[in-house]
Design a protein around this ligand. Structure first.
Ligand SMILES: Cc1cc2nc3c(=O)[nH]c(=O)nc-3n(C[C@H](O)[C@H](O)[C@H](O)COP(=O)(O)O)c2cc1C
Length: 470
């Protein structure tokens, strides 16, 4: 489970038959975007490409996060683990918090093997591709942005996409609800630029903590220690007063400007369409440190299934379960109607009809799944991870004139069908059996298959795969 860095993770994936090396020469455009889309679509193997046109020393890792198998392995579970088992593993890691990170000396930090300062700084030394055809520019999509609260000194790590502008400047895009936005707003209040370090190419558990919500006030590095079950090694950045993961492939250091802004985007979002453009600060880079024979770790954003979808599904379900159980104790589990993280399903052992509706309101106003647009509430006999089951519950346990909860005017920034002011309509479906004493509803029951069905399924699948007789 403990992968010291991206390289150990790659070695492990190769041993497990989860990664293939690509020797043939590829080009950043169009190959990387096309390969990553193909991997995510079929949950294929991760790829390590050694031979990139225009780059002598650098390599690129593609699609390492793009499968449920590798999601399970990131959590230290067998590849075939179910979504539910992954949620449980995440909850266990929350229980192990904190495993304190440890500082190491500069000599023991591989990320310091090479350094570019001032005029030498050149982002174009690294193979940073465009993700989708009409993105505004190449983007750094898989990274950890580290900043410090100007008041309390609390260090935050988050994943916020970065649009490459030139050799030493990028844009960044963060929503107002992100912790980095709090830090940046305080820096503006103080009229002092916000220092930021960006770590690229990390072990999968440490990286994951940047991309998902963890409880407020927690330290991402100490949670990463709990998740990987070993302390994260940190080293002081060269110029910024910030800790950075010592085994990172690349570390960018600099400041978020208070005066220089850009119109960020468009960028191909997880909704499957391009974002609009928003004014965002510019990141001015003054130093880059990096490892020999660097590996640039690339992540596909875009219509699910894409890497970000595989990464954030399980942690966001676990976070929502934690958040909602206080208010709705009869919740038994939460899931997504895959392959979208905009459709959430709440399963419960409901004791009154009002409870299911309360769960709808709680889920739609939750901080853990801000992007969810639709919530379906089901009973305990419906598997919330199984779309067929959920749809069946909708058509047999719900009446559209009474069981829909429609909530217009909610923040819905990323929904392409939202209003121009960023608000949209969210809705819930109460697909639970009526608890009233209606005889008609009380007889609604799923028809369970005979126990012999599984054996027949296996025999039919074997004939489909291998031919021969049933
Ligand atoms: C693949 C991926 C890409 C993301 N890109 C962005 C982004 O560009 N901007 C943003 O505000 N949040 C983005 N997020 C969500 C944040 O990384 C996530 O909410 C994280 O918890 C933010 O950290 P914070 O809560 O400490 O601010 C992304 C998440 C994933 C999984």
């Amino acid at each position: 489970m403990v992968y010291r860095d991206l390289r150990e993770w790659i070695e492990h994936l190769e041993t497990e038959g989860e990664l293939v090396r690509l020797k043939e020469e590829i080009r950043l455009e169009p190959d990387v975007g096309a390969i990553s889309r193909a991997i995510a679509d079929v949950q294929g193997l991760g790829v390590l490409a050694d031979n990139i046109f225009g780059f002598h020393d650098a390599r690129i890792a593609i699609g390492l996060s793009a499968s449920w198998r590798r999601s399970a392995m990131t959590l230290g579970l067998p590849k075939e683990s179910s979504h539910r088992e992954m949620v449980k593993a995440w909850e266990k890691a929350l229980g192990r918090y904190p495993v304190k990170a440890k500082m190491v000396a500069k000599e023991d930090a591989p990320c310091k093997q090479n350094i570019m300062r001032g005029e030498e700084v050149n982002l174009f030394s690294f193979p940073i591709p465009k993700t989708s055809l009409q993105d505004a520019a190449p983007y750094i999509t898989k990274m950890m942005c580290i900043t410090k609260d100007p008041d309390s000194g609390w260090v935050n790590a988050g994943m916020y996409r970065m649009q490459v502008l030139d050799r030493n400047r990028t844009g960044i895009m963060f929503h107002g609800s992100r912790h980095i936005a709090e830090h940046y707003n305080k820096a503006r209040r103080d009229k002092r630029p916000l220092e930021m370090a960006v770590a690229i190419g990390l072990d999968p558990a440490t990286l994951l903590t940047a991309a998902v919500k963890i409880p407020r006030g927690w330290d991402e590095f100490d949670f990463a220690g709990a998740l990987r079950q070993a302390p994260v090694e940190l080293v002081k950045a060269e110029t910024a007063d910030l800790p950075v993961p010592a085994t990172a492939e690349i570390v960018l250091e600099g400041e978020l400007s208070l005066t220089a802004n850009l119109l960020e985007g468009p960028f191909g979002e997880f909704t499957g369409s391009y974002s609009g453009c928003l004014m965002m600060p510019i990141f001015q880079i003054n130093t880059i440190t990096y490892r020999n024979n660097t590996i640039f770790d690339f992540l596909l954003c875009g219509r699910p299934p894409a890497d970000g979808y595989y990464m954030s599904c399980i942690p966001s379900v676990a976070a929502l379960e934690q958040e909602l159980r206080h208010n709705c104790p009869n919740i038994t589990q939460i899931a997504y109607l895959l392959p979208s993280l905009m459709n959430c399903v709440v399963q419960g052992r409901w004791t009154s009809r009002g409870e299911a509706r309360k769960a709808i309101l709680a889920a739609l106003s939750s901080e853990s799944i801000v992007n969810s647009k639709m919530v379906t509430v089901v009973d305990e006999d419906v598997d919330p991870w199984n779309a067929q089951d959920v749809l069946w519950a909708i058509v047999t346990r719900c009446q559209a004139n009474t069981d829909l909860v429609i909530l217009p005017g909610l923040a819905s920034e990323l929904d392409p069908s939202a209003e121009d002011d960023g608000t949209g309509c969210k809705f819930g479906i109460d697909a639970t059996k009526s608890i009233a004493t209606s005889p008609r509803h009380s007889v609604v029951q799923f028809i369970l298959p005979r126990q012999e069905t599984e054996a027949w399924k296996k025999r039919i699948l074997r004939v489909m795969k291998e031919g021969g007789e049933l």
